[in-house]
Ligand binder design. Structure first.
Ligand SMILES: Nc1ncnc2c1ncn2[C@@H]1O[C@H](COP(=O)(O)OP(=O)(O)OP(=O)(O)O)[C@@H](O)[C@H]1O
Ligand SMILES: [Mg+2]
Length: 267
């Protein structure tokens, strides 16, 4: 199942939240950094110590007609067991124009025939080269927003835009980062006209571990941020799956080039 996260404007914390969700995901998961403005996790959470070609190499391999099992080679472990893995984003945003988002979206939906979930950080909705084609294939599209009047207003416009673009046949929802400033989940859901999948509290100490690689103390996994992320991750898996089984759209065709040699799907 592919879950796409994006933001309206500002930097509400979509990358940090996507990473918190991936580390808390109840099933094997890939965090795919698809923000056309570039990836942040290697330099942030990875403190510059992790390296991989990631999305740029994958896009290059696809352009050369290579099978998408190249995906596996571009993944890094986010936890010791490898239950959560990372597809690092672009180091150079200029290369975003060369990414075939449709082909990539098809590959991400097909990972292990859907047995591995993908949480995609798609960045800001109005960015140039935004991965619309990936969002279009997602089981759920989640707009991350703050809870100030300013944030909720731009989130409302962004939801309308997603609807106008007919961008997401999947479930559409919102994730509140820092609720109560002053609006709460219910008010935001009413303003946006979509369900709020949950709220991640402001928790600077835990957030800087994720966004900037600050040392994770013993209490990191029990932090308010990660506890909320676990609840939201489980809820998202359930509600996106329920939505998918209700709507049951015909599966989007997978381009031949993303089928690995020998006919098996991406692993
Ligand atoms: N729940 C949170 N509590 C406190 N601080 C947070 C939280 N989430 C994110 N932040 C902080 O907000 C800042 C921006 O986070 P992040 O890079 O995730 O935003 P973004 O929306 O992905 O931005 P961009 O659009 O630039 O990619 C970081 O300094 C991060 O530590
Ligand atoms: Mg980001």
């Amino acid at each position: 199942m592919l879950i796409a996260l994006c933001s309206a404007k500002g930097a509400p914390g979509v990358t940090t939240s996507a990473l918190a969700l991936a580390l808390s995901w109840p099933r094997p998961v890939i965090l795919a950094e698809l923000d056309p403005a570039g990836g942040d996790v290697l330099a942030g959470y990875g403190r510059g110590e992790m390296s991989a070609g990631g999305l740029a190499d994958l896009a290059l391999a696809a352009r050369r007609g290579g099978p998408a099992r190249h995906l596996d080679r571009q993944l890094l472990r986010l936890d010791p067991e490898g239950r959560a893995r990372l597809l690092p984003g672009l180091a150079d945003p200029v290369s975003a124009r060369h990414v075939d988002w449709d082909r990539l979206g098809a590959a991400l939906v097909a990972v292990e025939d859907g047995a591995i979930d993908v949480v995609a950080d798609c960045g800001r909705l109005r960015a140039e080269h935004f991965p619309d084609a990936v969002v279009h294939r997602a089981a759920a599209v989640v707009l991350a927003t703050g809870s100030t009047l300013r944030a909720v207003r731009s989130a409302t416009q962004a939801i309308a835009e997603l609807r106008e673009r007919d961008a997401c046949p999947g479930m559409l929802g919102a994730l509140v980062i820092g609720p109560g400033e002053p609006y709460g989940e219910r008010e935001i859901s009413e303003a946006l006209g979509v369900p709020v999948v949950g709220a991640l509290p402001r928790d600077e100490k835990a957030a800087v571990v994720l966004s900037d690689g600050a040392p994770a103390g013993r209490l990191f996994v029990q932090s308010a941020l990660l506890r909320a992320a676990r609840t939201i991750a489980s809820r998202l898996v359930e509600s996106a799956a329920a939505h998918q089984s209700r709507v049951a759209p015909p599966p989007a065709p997978v381009p031949a080039s993303v089928i690995a040699e020998g006919g098996s799907r991406v692993r």
